[in-house]
Design a protein around this ligand. Structure first.
Ligand SMILES: CC(=O)[C@@H](O)[C@H](O)COP(=O)(O)O
Ligand SMILES: NCC(=O)COP(=O)(O)O
Length: 240
């Protein structure tokens, strides 16, 4: 039995809600239903333009969620730092997004941004929030993550998901190396981005010490066909 938790990213529920301006679907209700259907965490990624998750959503969700609340985002935005400190989620995941990016597309350069990361991570840890930082599957970046003081790293899995379709052993090789380095350095390990029902099982089976995956886009797409409860159950099954 795997110890890996499934955190459902509900950004795309907010995208749908915002498209009409009302409150349908109700983001808080969906989050609570995800928990009821077995999700072990809820992830949101508020972006400065609030194109999906709004800052107010974070306050609304915080009081309601029973499982692990994970807020992802760009800590170079002071508004994001203030939001996280005001809500004190179980975990904050720091992602180096640029303004206007369509989605997250790279991890931290933990060598170049070492001093900055040390300071911001200490700020969140002093507030009692577990910190994870988004990194590419690169051993050098994992090594330098250790001295930032982060509790965990989240491996950016886009290249795994893309290359899985052509050569899954080659696709996962850099992730195994990164995970082994994280384990040796006693850094907790999360992963996410473009994980789906096809590629998740192989990833979870082959990555040592995987603690959590956060999955949004594919899971919400699957729910259109399979229903949310059935979809969450199927993702959980991949992690068994
Ligand atoms: C950090 C990460 O991997 C992202 O996948 C993210 O949380 C998704 O963000 P969007 O929903 O805005 O594409
Ligand atoms: N951290 C990754 C995440 O929350 C969801 O990414 P995706 O499944 O929407 O690509």
């Amino acid at each position: 039995m795997s110890n890996c938790k499934l955190s459902v990213n509900i950004n795309k529920i907010a995208t749908l809600r915002n498209s009409r301006g009302g409150n349908n679907p109700d983001l808080v209700k969906v989050a609570l239903d995800c928990e009821r259907f077995g999700a072990q965490g809820i992830t949101v990624h508020p972006r400065p333009d609030e194109r999906h998750i709004r800052y107010q959503d974070v306050f609304d969700l915080k009081g309601q969620i029973d499982t692990e609340f994970n807020i992802e985002g760009n800590c170079q935005e002071q508004k994001f730092v203030d939001l996280v400190l005001a809500n004190r989620p179980a975990q904050v995941t720091l992602v180096p997004d640029a303004q206007g990016q369509i989605t997250s597309n790279h991890g931290w350069d933990t060598v170049k941004h070492q001093n900055y990361l040390q300071d911001i991570i200490a700020t969140f840890k002093e507030a009692g929030i577990r910190v994870s930082i988004f990194v590419d599957p690169n051993v050098e970046m994992v090594e330098a993550a250790k001295t930032t003081g982060t509790d965990r790293i989240e491996l950016y899995t886009e290249s795994y998901a893309t290359n899985y379709l052509h050569d899954k052993e080659k696709a996962i090789a850099p992730y195994i190396a990164a995970a082994e380095k994280a384990k040796a350095l006693d850094i907790g390990l999360n992963a996410g981005h473009d994980l789906d029902l096809n590629n998740l099982k192989y990833f979870a089976e082959n990555i040592p010490g995987l603690l959590e995956v956060s999955i949004g886009h594919a899971l919400i797409c699957d729910a259109l066909y399979l229903g949310l409860e059935n979809t969450i159950q199927r993702y959980l099954y991949q992690l068994k």
